[in-house]
Design a protein around this ligand. Sequence first.
Ligand SMILES: Nc1nc2c(ncn2[C@@H]2O[C@H](COP(=O)(O)OP(=O)(O)OP(=O)(O)O)[C@@H](O)[C@H]2O)c(=O)[nH]1
Ligand SMILES: [Mg+2]
Length: 246
Amino acid sequence: MPVKLSLVIPTYNESSNIGELCRRITSSLEEIRLDFEIIIVDDDSRDLTWQVAEGLAARDPRIRVIRRFRGKGLAQAVVDGWKNSRGEILGVIDGDLQHPPETLKEMSGRILSPSGPDIVIASRYAEGGSFPGRRWQRVKSRLAIILARAVFSGILGKIKDPMSGFFILKKEAIPVFSLKPLGYKILLEVLVLGRYAKVDEVSYQLNFRHEGRSKTGWKQYFFYLLHLLRLKKRQIFGKKGIFPKK
Ligand SMILES: Nc1nc2c(ncn2[C@@H]2O[C@H](COP(=O)(O)OP(=O)(O)OP(=O)(O)O)[C@@H](O)[C@H]2O)c(=O)[nH]1
Ligand SMILES: [Mg+2]
């Protein structure tokens, strides 16, 4: 049966966070009476996140778990979740509670409004948003955005947080089966290869990670550079024909 929103949670070693996150997503979306499914895509976490998630799924049919054994990273986990989704609207939220799930209420309200946007991005940089943490982390995030803007100036336009890992979009706007992201940054590929008449941003305050550990490291920055180059090449030579003909 189709649902309105399919929300993917990519996880790796988030057993201490996934229960609370699912509870908060569920109560937020029930509050606005939105029909939804949660798809947890776990890369066979050593802390058995998949097992905790399967326990949640056994109690709530709206929750499903995909356990991958040869994971190809965060961004591909999101795409694999979307490929197995039933919703008209797709979304992603981190599994470590850094993204406040209550923001989904405003994001969903906007995308579902008459002539609403095709994509709503939760932004740390829009007015009212915030990005706590070490200064060096903020500098790295800013540098990544500057670089993306330099490579895709026309497409990224006025989008303040093109690196956000928290967004929802209309399924028809992206060629889900043609996405081939590398590494961490799924939104960039979604913006470059998708078709959007209107883009909206909602501010949010990024939380500190309370439990579990970060998986970002220098390797991710190397993948990011490679991804930028590959995406540029695809944009120039291969974008035509990636949307299936109606
Ligand atoms: N399935 C899957 N999920 C992943 C992978 N790497 C990270 N994740 C999940 O993706 C989300 C974001 O990862 P984080 O390590 O928190 O990355 P981040 O938020 O950019 O970095 P921090 O600010 O340091 O937390 C979390 O839910 C992780 O558990 C992966 O290889 N596979
Ligand atoms: Mg995080």
